[in-house]
Write a protein that binds this ligand. Structure first.
Ligand SMILES: [Zn+2]
Length: 336
């Protein structure tokens, strides 16, 4: 008997549903205790002007997936990783990048429809929980998980427990001012960390470096700024493009300096970096992140905190992060 069959026989409910709600797409799947995604599906978040329509459609799409896994009797709970999720109210609240305004009781809506326990947390908190079960944080008790993509946010695990934050919001590090005379941020402030360490931050840094160094060859010289993607920057770095490598080194150094404050406050064993930018560019940024973090650190604390880049990527990572929330939800808890 293999491990899967063993668990199926010995556990009353061997699966959970993991759901990830993001700006562009919403992904969901059925996951077993070993982190195997048995089946999955995906919809475009912006196709649903009304969140109720999204809930109804996902419930319909879940039905055949659940049947493939032996029916609802095999499903323990559902966990949702959501942009602008509140860890305590289990609502999506005032999301800047989702199509719905105000407070959306998403977990409660799914729970009412499906009749199983449903918990929703912020995507960065879910990532911290997922990395603990399936990823780079296995075995760690104190760490900070940072999601870097279009924006920047953090989830915290302290003394082995996920830190939910007062009022359910935690890890909003993207719009902390880094440079009061710096770049204009999309939030209306100036010099936010997110305007340097994010997809748009990397693009802007590359454009500035190209302007400063007009004689250095780079494949981006004739590309319109808006057409520069982080995917292309990572590819160019892999191919040895000097300015792509410099852009990522500069970004990593800025990020490392910012991380010093958080490391000094919490003294974590590690930072775990995840999200699209970390997946694509993490390995090129890592040396300068470590340099920035440690050169800026109070001497006795230098080199006491590790930095890992997650090996969970894309849609699968989002589903696993949602499933981690579900595994921590008791099947008889109706959370709302
Ligand atoms: Zn900002």
């Amino acid at each position: 008997m293999d491990e899967y069959e063993f668990q199926k026989l010995t556990s009353l409910k061997p699966y959970v549903i993991g759901l990830g709600i993001r700006e562009m797409s919403t992904v969901f799947g059925i996951v077993d205790a070993l982190g195997n995604i048995k089946c999955m599906d995906k919809v475009k978040t912006r196709d649903y002007a009304d969140p109720t329509a999204l809930v109804f459609d996902i419930c319909d799409r879940l039905q055949p997936l659940v049947e493939q896994c032996g029916g609802w009797g095999n499903i323990k709970a559902m966990g949702i990783s959501a942009a602008s999720g509140n860890n305590i109210t289990h609502r999506i609240e005032n999301a800047a990048n989702l199509p719905w305004k105000g407070k959306i009781a998403m977990a409660s809506m799914f729970q009412g429809r499906l009749g199983i326990s449903v918990a929703l947390v912020n995507d960065c908190t879910a990532a911290a929980m997922g990395e603990m079960i399936y990823g780079a944080a296995r075995g760690l008790k104190d760490y900070i998980c940072i999601w870097i993509d279009g924006g920047l946010g953090a989830g915290l695990v302290l003394n082995g427990l996920t830190f939910m934050g007062n009022k359910g919001r935690v890890g909003e590090i993207g719009h902390v001012t880094l440079d009061p005379n710096g770049r204009h941020c999309t939030c209306g402030k100036v010099g936010c960390l997110e305007s340097y360490v994010s997809r748009r931050g990397i693009r802007q840094t590359l454009c500035e470096i190209m302007e400063e160094k007009p004689d250095v060859p780079t494949r981006f010289r004739d590309v319109k700024p808006d057409d520069i993607t982080v995917e292309a920057v990572a590819e160019a770095a892999e191919a040895g493009d000097a300015l792509a490598l410099e852009t990522l080194a500069v970004t990593g150094n800025i990020f490392g300096h910012a991380m010093t404050a958080w490391a000094s406050l919490v003294s974590p064993e590690a930072f775990v970096l995840t999200g699209g930018v970390a997946n694509l560019c993490g390995k090129y940024m890592l040396p300068s992140i470590l340099e920035g973090l440690n050169e800026n650190m109070f001497a006795p604390m230098r080199w006491t905190t590790k930095v890992y880049v997650s090996n969970l990527h894309g849609d699968k990572a989002c589903i696993l992060y949602g499933s981690a929330v579900a595994w921590q939800t008791h099947e008889y808890d109706m959370v709302l």
